[in-house]
Design a protein around this ligand. Sequence first.
Ligand code: MTE
Ligand code: HPA
Ligand code: MOS
Length: 762
Amino acid sequence: MKNIDITSHVRGESVYVDDIPVRTGTLYGAVFDSPMPHGVLRDPDVSDAGQMAGVIRVVTAKDIPGENQIGIVVDDEPLFAEKVVHYVGQPIALVLAESESRAMAAARKIRVDIDPLPVIIDPREASKKGALIGKPRTFSLGNIDQAWETCDHVFEGVAESGGQEHLYIETQGSYAYRTENGGIRIFSSNQSPTVVQKTVARVLDVPMHKVEVDVRRLGGGFGGKESQGTVWAVMAALGAYITKRAVKLVLHRLDDLRMTGKRHPYSSDFKIGLTEDLEIVAYEVSFYQNAGAFTDLSPAVLERTLFHATGSYFVPNVRATAAGCRTNLPPNTAMRGFGGPQGMFVMEAAIAKAAEALGVDASTIQKKNLLREGDAFPYGQKTERCQAVNCWTEVEERCDIDALREEVATFNADNRLFKKGIAFMPVCFGISFTKIHMNQAGALVHIYQDGSVGVSTGATEMGQGVNTKMAQVAAQVLSVSPDRIKIETTNTTRVANTSPTAASASADMNGKAVEKAGLALSGRLKRFAAKELGHPESGASAWIEIRNEQVYDRGVKTDLAWNDLVMGAYLARVDLTEHAYYATPGIHFDTDTEKGCPFAYHVYGTAVTVATVDCLRGTYEIDAVHVVHDFGKSMNPLIDRGQAEGGILQGIGWMTMEELRYSEEGRLLSNTLSTYKIPDISSTPREMNIHFLETAGSPLAILKSKAIGEPPLMYGIGAYFAIRNAIRAARQDKALPLSAPITPERVLLSLYDTPQRATGSE
Ligand code: MTE
Ligand code: HPA
Ligand code: MOS
């Protein structure tokens, strides 16, 4: 089935926050943010700004009726800075004016006096100074201290991975206005309607029922609107509350880049021990997570790093420690993979280091140590329906790995200025929120008198196709045409207490709720149909089936069609509405022992990436990415393929070209799209072969169709190592750092001992 939004997207008719028709008297917001990374803030002088033409109000911390607090996990983040500023870009004031340009001009007139305090941007320095967010956590398995003695080879090293900008196409934005009796309605580009509702209630000091949050869709979220869409929604709501006028706040791209947090950069120490025959016996890793100035979601991201510290491998002796480090950067946040990619990168770096030192191909070590059925993860859960080896061997076969290796070897022998490299990247990703209580979802399904159906869930559509999947579930369980289904906006008054649309689990959890509601409704309709067809006895509904909008009685098609069935049921006073609730069963985790069964299931796959490096320019191309991925029984191969391709490209971007640079004072230097480079069509792999490994799926996946949103991102790690292997083909003798992204600049520095001059007389 095609994505249900496809036509309106192509016609430009899909509505985003900026497309919502504004009400008369709407005010526009502009945020004034801290120009300094850390310091004591004197009272901001907003008098000049406040007197400018068209300016209605300048809002600061002092205007907040409730709490100046928006922390999602820990209460450490003010909406507006009050006494101290903690990063460049931290909001200090909101200007509300008759037009956006006036608001922006006025914001530029605000003056602040800030007495500088020391600045930390490096996570290791933060750790040394004790600037931690929460306590460091350790996951362990076996006995690591004894294990080293049994190793024939031990290697240590440092691995670094950079941050990543979400670069959703629709920047952060919200529109809010007051409704009667002190209520407030907020339209937000947001993954977390309930978080917005709760935070607005807290900041305005009103009960949650006064706050309605509505999300039609997001022009991309990628995790960047799980916690950080809240800020702007709360500001718009506060502005509307204070001025009694509608308020629109949509960030301009450069403001969004500067003010919002990103994927967490990590700096990590690793130590890996192997036997003579390349079995990994021991792995020790310390992660230093650059969390930024406030807690945000960092502890949850950190946890997911620990859950993925050993990647797709079984290692019997493990100690993985992770510390969230507080720095003077914007609070880093959820981004596709949510700490998983950072953990897996270090494991791959350790294997690469061992392989290079031992003179073997990394894939030999990788393949030897892949997870097998029943293997335990360091957190206690065991693999079930493990597909790691299947995906690996299947992709070897599909890309004809021996021929490919041969081809690359010949190419490298024949070419001095171009070199190719190959890398395998196996992925194993756990599906469920790592906070157990978040694994719940709801749906509200109405069947209208004409047989059409309205579905509301807690999931938000951000391009990942969840609405299409919800329509498919409803159509399938009611056995009606998908044309009959409408997916409503995500609205806190229809489905309450929603978890963020995140963790790749939204289709599963909300889909299960839709399925339950649909089953209840069709059960009710079948009982009614049984009576209509002359079977008043109880239990007769078991004879009834609804198939393609037609009622069947003991396998025989009747004259009763969906429309008449529904209308009849309505006239017979049968309830045609159902709310259903789903909570993922069987998952648990004990943070004292750091053991449990946190994931509903795991998603597996393997990618083989081939890259060509231009050794004169340092540039590279990704020739091909061959993937065998365990989709379970994909309910929408078109959408799932799109998710895989998009995820892979975003992963390649993170690993190879997207370089966030901050100055020593914590100022974002790569603050435009000319200095922060994301993959475009010309950097797309020339070939992307994604093979659907058809497996039984998991009973906890919606219609056995496994979660797809995040796992493919980690195939991008393969691009890093493919490029590295190409560099090594040119320079075997040179020690290379394990530091991502591997930008063309870094490739050149890896290839040459001294920087080459562009011009010369030789
Ligand atoms: N795909 C698109 N087009 N846009 C997005 O913002 N977000 C990703 C992924 N795919 C995203 C996307 C992230 S971070 C997650 S967690 C999942 O979608 C969330 O949706 P799901 O739970 O329905 O998979
Ligand atoms: N993934 C994504 N978002 C989250 C998670 C998670 O595991 N936990 C809390 N928010
Ligand atoms: Mo995705 S990072 O879980 O929003």
